[in-house]
Ligand binder design. Structure first.
Ligand code: ADP
Ligand code: MG
Length: 292
């Protein structure tokens, strides 16, 4: 490897909004055949908007949203932001949570005005023994639409659900197609549920979907791919993606995401948009053929 060709290539990459850590990352990326991508914040804008609030009598929509938004004051998750902005726009009162707790990949929990409120996915409700079947049909319909559904429990009772929609980034579909053309298979790995994940994947032509995955499952998926002889890259934006980013042949962080994701990355997409990966791939291919 001539140091000069690599320096020129990494320099050119930086201009195009792609930071490549070193020559090794560059060379490895040319050989990648599978890219694992996180959904929220990577394929989608990561700026979900509140769309649906359904309370279960006697809990009103306002009660439900007030409790949920208050709880999310303790969280920095994009879903938290959606719920808080939605509540603010509807002029719903919020308080600060007490004993706030975030359960990675599942949701959040805390004391709101003396009631223990839990907000999160199906797995979280299962952990708490909350029966969510009362809103099953509504929840399925929202998920088929590509929306993320979160369930709310107050004390030991199921109180309702909240739906948010996270638009797909304008550039994502084109980037996936271009990556396919450079010989890369794309697998979505998301903590979100399968129905929502499949709805988003279908719109994008994603090859394979792993839904309901915990952060350690994302890492296990990378390990499995390595065991079956694949050369991997993983793109993600969150704290929850850090173990998988570190395990992947090439970790690709969204520059707009969590610092911890950027720290474990071989490639950083400054603008947080997947077209940067396509540029990095072309750059690394060109560099590798210069070296050969
Ligand atoms: P992704 O892999 O799509 O970025 P995460 O692992 O961050 O997703 O979250 C997985 C799921 O856990 C979310 O889809 C949501 O249902 C639930 N969840 C995580 N954090 C929160 C939160 N702060 N509020 C509500 N739900 C949450
Ligand atoms: Mg994410």
């Amino acid at each position: 490897a001539t140091p000069m060709s690599i320096m020129t290539a990494t320099g050119r990459g930086a201009l195009a909004g792609v930071l490549i850590r070193d020559a090794e990352a560059m060379e490895r990326f040319a050989k990648v055949d599978v890219l694992v991508v996180d959904k929220t914040g990577t394929l989608t804008e990561g700026k979900p908007k509140l769309t649906d609030v359904i309370g279960i009598d006697p809990v009103t929509e306002t009660d439900l949203l007030s409790a949920a938004a208050s709880l999310e004051k303790g969280s920095e998750h994009p879903l938290a932001e959606a719920i808080i902005s939605g509540a603010a726009a509807r002029q719903v009162t919020m308080v600060k949570p007490v004993n706030f707790e975030a359960i990675t990949g599942k949701g959040v929990r805390g004391d709101i005005g003396g009631i223990i409120v839990a907000l999160g996915n199906k797995a979280m409700m299962q952990d708490l023994n909350i029966d969510i079947s009362a809103l099953e049909q509504q929840s399925i319909a929202l998920q088929r639409d590509g929306k993320t559904v979160m369930f709310v429990a107050m004390g030991t009772r199921f109180a309702g659900l909240i739906g948010v929609a996270d638009p797909i980034k304008e550039t994502t579909k084109e980037a996936i197609q271009a990556l396919h053309q450079t010989g890369i298979k794309v697998i979505m790995a998301t903590g979100d549920n399968e129905r929502t994940a499949l709805a988003v994947a279908a719109k994008l032509g994603i090859d394979e979907v792993r839904a309901d995955v915990m952060p350690e499952d994302k890492k296990a998926l990378i390990d499995d791919l390595h065991d079956s002889g694949h050369k991997t890259a993983m793109a993600g934006d969150g704290v929850n993606d850090a173990p998988a980013l570190a395990a992947a042949g090439v970790g690709i962080a969204m520059g707009t995401g969590a610092d911890v994701a950027v720290e474990s990355a071989g490639i950083t997409l400054v603008k947080g948009d997947l077209t940067g990966i396509v540029r990095a791939r072309k750059l690394s291919n060109a560099t590798l053929s210069n070296i050969k």
